[in-house]
Design a protein around this ligand. Structure first.
Ligand code: F6P
Length: 481
């Protein structure tokens, strides 16, 4: 284990009671990363990423607390304050990381909720760990929550927390938001613990989904499996309590990305990136977490075939794929990484020439500034998930294109496709269709592209992350007097 992190500010604890708050976010991870300092000690930095970006402004405005895991096993920390955020760490043992996080969350629920694009595994010991860890999150939250506090539980790792929390603290107003898709009943039924999870979610006053389809899947499941009375978006429980299930499509800090893209340094960096790539006429770009749901293989294969077919000239066109390392100890992620390495290596070997690999593949994560420069450098952004709750990368690209130029190729299976309707829509399973759309996005007139981009930019400007959080929290507030 690395050196103990420095404490920047006092956590304001008095005695063993610890901090309390009237607004609490509960998520698998705390919104901080540990960084190593030159003197060998470590410190925390607020981490980038969709969820953090989404909730940080709300947290600051409401002086809330965030309950979550620090991201490494067997580490116990007292609550602390980082960059103005009150953080309440939950400890996970190495075995729990294996069974609850890598196992049940990412080996069972993740593939099951993403259309079983990979095979979900069902293990009873993984489920037991999921229950234990969810209970720990609920207990910690119950300790931190002031009377009548608002608690917002996040995502598939913590679906039992709402009910566990309500059992201990009926005074709380509890919201839950699922960041990933909620599958149709026919798939969900495979889960041996399907009823327990639905009951867990029904502990909330408001259950939020990315799309109306997810909310409808959930309500239908409640009606058919638990036989509770439902009416449109409302479930009535046997004790008379009502639970709302509604869609709140998540978004991004549009203004923040706009401003970043407008900086002269960002434009200069974008020009430098293009220069390093050999000043090609067209840069195609993909940016994703390295995940089998993202359709990375499909888009690289499509690009490779376009070059091989002679439709793209590797002297003029490059594909840049950034794949952020993710869940590296889970088998399916390891296998995917090997597959991508092999495919990129083979294609560059087949179609590249000295000093000009047509595919630049970066297995790394980058700060927001570099991402904005990449978005600016890209003529065609290719976002091809096989299933995705939303996909914030698509929205970030749009937010950065202030000149209304560029083109977005977008999978119809990303939640974002419901809002960004002017994108070049693709079915990522249809490689020929994907190739056609990539070509169309490249060859369309500037006027046609800018017409599409203008409409999408307006959409993303009006539906930003603040609005998302505000709508959810307003509805949560209205659920009970
Ligand atoms: O989109 C789902 C999600 O779990 C987010 O909540 C999270 O930011 C991202 O995937 C990364 O996942 P992990 O915490 O497993 O690295």
């Amino acid at each position: 284990m690395s050196a103990a992190p420095r404490r920047k500010q006092s956590d304001g604890q008095s005695g063993s009671a610890g901090p309390t708050a009237s607004f609490i976010v509960v998520a698998n991870r705390l919104p901080v990363d540990r960084v190593e300092l030159p003197d060998g000690t470590t410190d925390w930095r607020t981490s980038p990423g969709g969820l953090v970006t989404a909730l940080e402004p709300v947290m600051r405005a409401k002086h809330g607390a965030w309950v979550g895991w620090v991201g490494s096993p067997d580490e116990t920390h007292d609550p602390f304050v980082e960059d103005g955020l009150q953080l309440v760490p939950v400890t996970l043992s190495a075995q729990e990381v294996r069974d609850y996080y890598e196992g049940f969350s990412n080996g069972t629920l993740w593939p099951l909720y993403h259309d079983v694009v990979a095979h979900p595994e069902f293990h009873r010991e993984w489920w037991d760990a999921y229950v234990t860890v969810n209970q720990r999150f609920a207990d910690r939250t119950a300790e931190v929550a002031e009377q009548n506090a608002v608690v917002w539980v996040q995502d598939y790792q913590l679906q039992l927390v709402p009910q566990m929390l309500r059992t201990q603290r009926p005074d709380l107003r509890i919201g839950f938001f699922l960041h990933i898709p909620f599958p149709p009943m026919e798939l969900y039924q495979q889960l041996p613990w399907r009823n327990q999870i639905i009951e867990g979610l029904l502990g909330a006053d408001l259950v939020g989904f990315q799309l109306p389809g997810g909310a409808q899947n959930f309500v239908r499941l409640v009606r058919q499996r638990l036989k509770y009375e439902t009416q449109r978006d409302t479930v009535r429980l046997p004790d008379g309590r009502k639970v709302l299930a509604r869609a709140y499509p998540i978004s991004i800090d549009t203004e923040g990305f706009n401003k970043l893209a407008a900086r002269p340094e960002t434009a200069a960096r974008a020009a430098e990136i293009r220069h390093h790539l050999g000043d090609p006429k067209t840069v195609f770009l993909g940016i994703d977490r390295l995940d089998y749901t993202k359709g990375i293989m499909q888009r690289i294969r499509a690009f490779g075939e376009l070059v091989r077919d002679g439709l793209l000239d590797p002297e003029d066109c490059v594909f840049v794929q950034v794949a952020t390392p993710s869940r590296e100890r889970v088998d399916q992620y390891r296998l995917l990484r090997d597959d991508i390495d092999r495919l990129v290596g083979r294609l560059n070997g087949d179609i590249g020439r000295i000093g000009r690999p047509p595919i630049t593949y970066l297995h790394s994560s980058y700060p927001r500034e570099e991402m904005a420069a990449l978005y600016l450098a890209a003529d065609v952004m290719v976002v091809t998930p096989l299933r995705d709750g939303m996909n914030l990368v698509a929205k970030e690209y749009i937010a950065c294109r202030q000149a209304d130029d560029g083109a977005l190729v977008l999978s119809e299976f990303a939640g974002a496709a419901k809002e960004l309707r002017q994108a070049y829509m693709v079915n990522p399973y249809d490689i020929n269709g994907l190739k056609d759309r990539m070509m169309e996005a490249m060859h369309d007139s500037d006027r046609a592209k800018s017409r599409r981009m203008r409409v999408m930019r307006r959409q993303v400007a009006e539906h930003n992350i603040d609005r998302w959080a505000q709508l959810f929290l307003d509805d949560l507030q209205a659920t009970r007097p």
